[in-house]
Design a protein around this ligand. Structure first.
Ligand SMILES: Nc1ncnc2c1ncn2[C@@H]1O[C@H](COP(=O)(O)OP(=O)(O)OP(=O)(O)O)[C@@H](O)[C@H]1O
Ligand SMILES: [Mg+2]
Length: 226
């Protein structure tokens, strides 16, 4: 089976006034379609940096990423944006919902960005809100929702465009234990039902337990755990 995503000798350093700041290098791994993988590691080790590279939000300074057969390094900024819109769903620790938009508008956003009109995007957005049990809060704004509800809206938004890859950066990091547990179970459930490939950055053992395998970032390297 072909890999859904492949990282080949990936390295990233950030340019700083005092010189290049290397975060990691020589990172290679692959994730098969349908796998759910946890990436763990201490704060500052480069997990978010790696996730941003995998989803085409930023570019590596070394190595290559092949996403669903597409070599991201060979793509222009505009092409990367289109690939992200079609193939990748992102979930963030702090939700990143648009405050002026309703839950339904937020959930439908990737489709609106794709140029699909509201009459078609909103019914699909509502389907996803139903999947996360929030259809009754479709007209609420993020400030009127609890943290767990906001994360469910952001999960609906991540999945509304039928992506192949779900990237979640500490999706339970800003939620209490019980709410986090319900979010991770929801992710696991939707992962299976929608045939997703998922990569979750997490500090949480319970989250990692629900994944098929774990990778550990340590001292600028990525290792297999367990
Ligand atoms: N835009 C940037 N410019 C310069 N340095 C950066 C930038 N983004 C991240 N870094 C640095 O890269 C390192 C890795 O950061 P990153 O956010 O990837 O860590 P992380 O593993 O996600 O940490 P956490 O668990 O706290 O979220 C840190 O030392 C950070 O200061
Ligand atoms: Mg991070």
């Amino acid at each position: 089976m072909n890999d859904m995503i492949q990282a080949i000798d990936l390295g990233k350093s950030y340019p700083l006034p005092e010189g290049a700041y290397p975060v990691f290098s020589g990172v290679s791994f692959a994730v098969k379609p349908g796998e759910m993988v946890a990436i763990m590691g201490v704060s500052g080790v480069g997990k978010t940096t790696l996730l941003n590279l995998l989803g085409g939000l930023d570019r590596p300074t070394e190595g290559r990423i092949v996403l669903d057969g597409d070599d991201l390094g060979a793509r222009t900024i505009e092409e990367l944006a289109a690939i992200r819109n079609r193939k990748v769903g992102f979930v963030f620790q702090f939700f990143h919902l648009l405050p002026e938009f309703t839950a339904l508008e937020n959930a439908s956003l990737p489709l609106l960005i794709r140029g699909i009109d509201r009459s078609r995007a909103f019914p699909r957005g509502l389907d996803l809100l139903r999947d996360v049990s929030l259809e009754d809060k479709a007209s609420m704004r993020p400030s009127q929702l609890s943290g767990g509800e906001q994360q469910r809206v952001s999960l609906a938004r991540a999945l509304v465009g039928s992506p192949k890859l779900l990237l979640a950066d500490e999706p339970t990091g800003n939620l209490d234990w019980k709410t986090g547990e319900s979010i991770i179970r929801l992710i696991r459930d939707l992962h299976g039902r929608m045939g997703l490939t998922s990569i979750l950055v997490t500090h949480n053992e319970r989250v990692a337990d629900l994944c098929d395998r774990r990778l550990l970032m340590e001292k600028g390297r990525l290792k297999r755990m367990g």
